[in-house]
Design a protein around this ligand. Structure first.
Ligand SMILES: Cc1cc2nc3c(=O)[nH]c(=O)nc-3n(C[C@H](O)[C@H](O)[C@H](O)COP(=O)(O)OP(=O)(O)OC[C@H]3O[C@@H](n4cnc5c(N)ncnc54)[C@H](O)[C@@H]3O)c2cc1C
Length: 444
């Protein structure tokens, strides 16, 4: 079948296997060459597309054990984040780190060592994994944790599925008093004000900035910064007396029923949207308010298949991280070039990262990260290559879970533990057996 990532670019033929149990997954993968594990396909590019075949693990969807005293949860790797939230939020628990969509599997969250709006406080999801069960290509199943097979553990956290198939994982959920977020918004007039606002609010648990990437000149980087905490019982009683502590989650998202023609997404439409969005956000500046979990963490999940707004050809996401000392210059330059080029990003998000985790191939490192969605037009690949050069020259890197096109040179410059990672792949027999389109493209 033809398979893509969430960006619908690139497209490749692959044979899809859909095991419904760990035993079946182990059995299948021992017979395969050139396969890659796949969760829910929310990586944007080619990370979850196997060169010859892809092993979709959604069928491994059982929750195994939960200890309400400690919040310790063991699940199979195909369990979806949305099901964890739906099951445990009403009981007063929330995952320690979540990405911008809840339509991902636990295996995908570990393999990409996903980051949330709280990376500056809690690191990546992998940092909260107590242990995992990994099936090697030989069929051997090993327990990996920071204390057991720790090399393999560190290679698997952020290892993009290239060390083996994660079958099961154990991690802790956080206790929360309500299903609400206590949010306040800060408006920043330009990029430096946005970077400063993220730094000034480092004590807050969650923060991220929406950037108006149409703004130019003195307004370059004007942003809305969203700051949030899990609302306490007292917050809910004060701000919305009589409300339920655990409100329901979003029921049914809207759908984009067709691929929109590419002319619908142009400078004019994005500029209008951004202007209205900025003005609406600026109205809530200063006043803390209660927001529900879904719009706070997962706004895009409110529109099913929103990737279709970019049309049939798909789109690219570019996410980089730049060290703190170079962030203003590098991110400023990227925004200037993007805005000058006329291929406006419909979505631009800025966050502050804390220290790197132990994951050998994990993306986050101390600095600021910028994510941009870009439609595919003529010259976009050369343009992004130039941007990548700026990023790696400043000591930064590009996120593999969002990547569909970076060059080997950029990748190698950005991931200093690559040789060690390759060695571990050789030792475990993964090399030659596990190969995604991403690992092939980047020579991993
Ligand atoms: C709207 C949106 C918002 C996002 N926001 C964020 C964000 O804020 N932060 C962030 O970090 N990411 C974000 N992402 C990216 C997403 O979190 C990651 O790509 C995640 O890995 C997707 O999980 P998945 O289950 O869909 O995995 P897939 O896309 O299917 O696979 C991703 C990678 O994980 C590997 N993998 C999957 N399952 C297993 C397994 N069981 N064993 C071994 N390897 C496996 C695959 O081989 C592949 O390399 C976002 C994506 C979208 C679409």
């Amino acid at each position: 079948m033809e398979l893509t990532g969430w960006g619908r670019y690139p497209r490749f033929e692959t044979t899809m296997f859909t095991p419904s149990s760990a035993a079946e997954a182990i059995d299948l993968q021992t017979g395969l060459k050139g396969f890659a594990p796949r969760g829910n396909g929310r990586a944007y590019g080619d990370a979850a597309i196997g060169v010859a075949s892809s092993l979709c693990l959604r069928g491994l969807n059982r929750m195994r054990a939960f200890d309400a005293g400690s919040g310790r949860l063991t699940v199979e790797a195909g369990v979806m984040l949305k099901d964890i939230i739906a099951t445990f939020l009403p009981r007063g628990f929330f995952p320690p780190v979540v990405p911008g969509t809840k339509l991902v599997t636990v295996g995908g969250m570990i393999a990409a060592d996903i980051h949330g709006k709280n990376h500056h406080r809690r690191g990546g999801f992998g940092q909260h994994v107590e242990s995992l069960l990994l099936a090697l290509p030989s069929g051997e199943v090993v327990v990996c944790s920071p204390h057991e097979n720790s090399d393999l553990f560190e290679a698997t956290i952020g290892g993009m599925g290239l060390t083996g198939t994660i079958l099961e994982a154990t991690f802790h959920l956080l206790r929360v008093e309500s299903g609400w977020m206590l949010q306040h918004t800060v408006a920043a007039k330009d990029l430096d004000a946005a970077l400063a606002a993220l730094s000034d609010n480092e004590d807050a648990t969650y923060s991220s900035a929406w950037i108006d990437c149409i703004a130019r000149g003195a307004a370059l980087g004007r942003s809305l910064i969203y700051i949030g905490e899990h609302a306490s019982r007292k917050d809910v009683e004060a701000l919305a007396p009589g409300s339920q502590m655990m409100p329901g989650l979003r029921k049914r998202p809207l759908a984009i029923p067709v691929d929109l023609p590419s002319f619908m997404l142009n400078r004019g439409s994005v500029a209008t949207f951004n202007e209205l969005y900025f003005r609406k956000g600026a109205m809530s500046v200063g006043k803390p308010f209660l927001n529900a979990i879904d719009p706070f963490f997962f706004p895009l999940d409110g529109v099913l298949e929103w990737n279709r707004i970019y049309g049939k050809g798909g789109f690219l996401q570019h996410q980089c991280v730049a060290p703190i000392e170079h962030a203003s210059r590098v991110i400023g330059e990227i925004l200037t070039r993007v805005s000058g080029r006329g291929n406006e990003s419909f979505l631009a998000v800025l966050k502050k990262f804390g220290a790197s985790s132990k994951g050998l191939m994990s993306f986050p490192s101390r600095g600021f990260t910028l994510a941009l969605d870009l439609s595919i037009d003529q010259g976009i690949f050369d343009f992004l290559d130039e941007i990548d050069q700026l990023v790696v020259a400043a000591g930064g890197r590009i996120y593999l879970a969002k990547d569909a096109r970076q060059s080997r040179a950029t990748f190698e410059a950005g991931y200093p533990n690559l040789q060690r990672f390759r060695e571990i792949r050789r030792q475990t027999g993964a090399e030659g057996h596990i190969a995604s389109r991403l690992s092939n493209r980047l020579g991993i």
